[in-house]
Design a protein around this ligand. Structure first.
Ligand SMILES: Nc1ncnc2c1ncn2[C@@H]1O[C@H](COP(=O)(O)OP(=O)(O)OP(=O)(O)O)[C@@H](O)[C@H]1O
Length: 256
């Protein structure tokens, strides 16, 4: 497999406190990889450095072999790294398809196409993206009345409009019912397989992680303690110590 993302010796210190300490890993093309760890392990800090929102204290990030460390978020996004957030960012006053059309207008650099003409633009293409997330029958519904799980799927369609080669998903199933979580991640896994996009995601729900991730990395107190298959991670004594020996993650998974 060819790697799309390489992270080398990444470090982030907040006033002397090492939130991420010497983390190195890679993500392959077409890979669905999870970054897990207890609360405060450094997952968001790591994501924010990959996306350019935070400047690393040390270390480097390479996309397709090119150094992107220290680049602005927009430049990293332009190079093909997309992101979805824990809190969805759709426009509630618009319909489902209009939200996708807005993303396509931005993708095609057509931001001067102001309404009313704008709503005719890219409608067929928008339908294609809604089809990918199985929402074409909801195209003309206002976003404000969508169920939370549908909003998440819409957000995924919007992220795909920019044809990301790598998608970073920060707790994609946060706030969802357990059955809806599995369904959303199944959709993501299908997209990875059908579109060849790579996905790196953080997640607290272990059922979701172990059901879908090709590989799993475990971060604990800023350090990467393992990076392997579900089987390797499950049997890793350090991981068992973190989660069974007083860590919070298994408890959260059980209570979910
Ligand atoms: N801006 C900041 N200033 C100081 N400390 C911070 C800042 N942001 C995060 N931290 C600390 O860095 C550590 C890692 O935080 P981070 O949010 O990256 O963890 P996380 O694994 O994403 O946690 P969670 O699962 O709860 O979202 C925590 O101890 C946190 O308190």
């Amino acid at each position: 497999m060819t790697e799309i993302l390489r992270v080398e010796h990444l470090k982030k210190s907040y006033d002397g406190f090492l939130a991420v300490n010497d983390v190195s890993f890679s993500v392959d093309k077409g890979e669905l990889k999870a970054l897990i760890g207890p609360n405060g392990a450094g997952k968001s800090t790591c994501f924010n450095m990959l996306m350019g929102q935070l400047k690393p204290t040390a270390g480097n990030v390479f996309l397709d072999g090119k150094k992107i460390t220290g680049m602005r978020p927009r430049e990293i996004w332009r190079r093909g790294v997309g992101r979805t957030f824990q809190i969805t960012g759709t426009y509630p006053s618009m319909s489902v398809i209009e939200n996708v059309q807005m993303a396509l207008i931005s993708h095609h650099h057509n931001i001067f196409s102001i309404a009313p003409r704008a709503w005719k633009l890219y409608r067929d293409e928008a339908f294609e993206f809604l089809r990918i997330v199985d929402m074409e029958d909801q195209a003309d519904r206002p976003c404000s009345i969508l169920a939370y799980g549908d909003l998440k799927r819409l957000e995924l369609a919007i992220a795909l409009c920019h044809r990301p080669r790598l998608l970073l998903m920060d707790e994609p199933t946060a706030g969802m019912a357990p059955s809806a979580r599995i369904a959303l991640m199944q959709l993501v896994a299908d997209i990875v397989q059908d579109q060849g996009v790579s996905v790196l995601f953080t997640e607290h729900d272990m059922d979701v992680v172990f059901a879908h991730a090709h590989h799993i990395m475990v971060l604990n107190r800023g350090e990467l303690i393992t990076d392997g298959s579900a089987e390797e991670v499950r049997n890793d004594p350090q991981v068992q110590e973190v989660y069974l020996g007083g860590g919070t993650l298994f408890a959260e998974a059980r209570d979910a």
